[in-house]
Ligand binder design. Sequence first.
Ligand SMILES: [Zn+2]
Length: 461
Amino acid sequence: MKQKYLGDDVFEQIKDFDHHWLTKEEKLLIDKLILNKKLKERYKNHGLCWECKQPNTDDKWCNPCNAKHFQQNFKNWTSDNDDIDKFIQDTQLSANNYNKVLEWIPYGRFYDIKYIAKGGFGKVYKTNWIDGKIWHWDNKIQKWYRPYPDSKVALKSLNNSKNVRLEFINEITSHYKLNDSGGSIIRLYEITQDPDTKNYMMILDYAKGGSLRNYLDKSYNELNWEAKIHNLWRIAYGLNEIHKIGLIHRDLHVGNILHNGETSAFITDMGLCKPADYNALENTTKSVYGVLPYIAPEILRGQNYTKASDIYSFGIIMYETISGLPPYHDISHDKNLALKICQGLRPTFNIKVPQLIVHLIKSCLDANPLNRPSALEVRGILSQWDGDILRYSKKTEIEKQIKEADEINNKLQTNVTSTNLSYETHLEAIYTKTQQIDISQLKINDNDQNNVSKIKENFRK
Ligand SMILES: [Zn+2]
């Protein structure tokens, strides 16, 4: 008869083995006792659950036992919204590791709530969470093991989310799907509700470096090429994770990419992140949400969002990370700028930038979405450069070009901080406010598209 589960006698014989470091004799015994391939695989990878005496389903995680613990607690909490309750309960019942668990946390479990920023659709706060994230079930004390009490987290509210539950659920769904994305997307932990405003709030990883823009303002002059490319690679990695599961971010800009202040950037703000086929359902309002310099020209013309329009936004983020300057920082961000972007205007560098990098940015910013690379291709190129620079072989093309650029820039003595002093207040207005552009006012005719080729080269050769 096929072995469906381990008998108590088997458990007793193997319970003291270290599944990671089995001796020869132990291995032989396991082969003899566990005949079912799947059970054996699970045992070898994740060890035993001492509660049900079966192999774990993930490291320190037994899905059936943990689902039972969560289920027993369902009666003790509610978000006062059936859809949100159901969403959280489903994650708890299906979770195969702690990354996939969401919880409902009463607002009272947070202290020192401090406002940090206003996003496109809500506010962001930093706070301390008394309990901290669940890691695994502790069978001895019959409680969840939470190794980091009083941990710093970010709270993100959605404006009027008490009325727009659908949007809120959309955002938490997108975030949740990406909780396994190799740390390139800010992780969603929990959901809570502000008792005064009744707004629902998401509890996310706290990034101490703030937004990528904050980080560039503070640290740009200390960033070498290696750090810039590494950050861009992380962002491209996250974007590819989003595209891989069929979503489009739709609102990618430096304000909603966060930085941990050390080596890594993360994508966040999934408010507009929607399935690639969402356009079909969208009503045809002639308005665009987003931050103007990052919006692809075809979107300004009223076309639908695509993965390629995310790549355009990424191209602008590349420009910004490499130059340190916000795009079009010296001109006003009005409908004239929108028109010029449609006619082919792109940001320009005031430093020498390796031709390979210029080429990648230009292809991301190509007026024709079909000519732009995919997120996977961009990730691949940046990953290659990241590796090349780290090896210090000085033989690769990117290294040669970087060396050459550094020599020229040192002679130019271009100091970015001397040119960007005035945009601080300007920036507030651009990056924290979601602009709504009335496309009908742009009156772009089809000839503009033909003019693109005539527009002079914007990047320094
Ligand atoms: Zn179990």
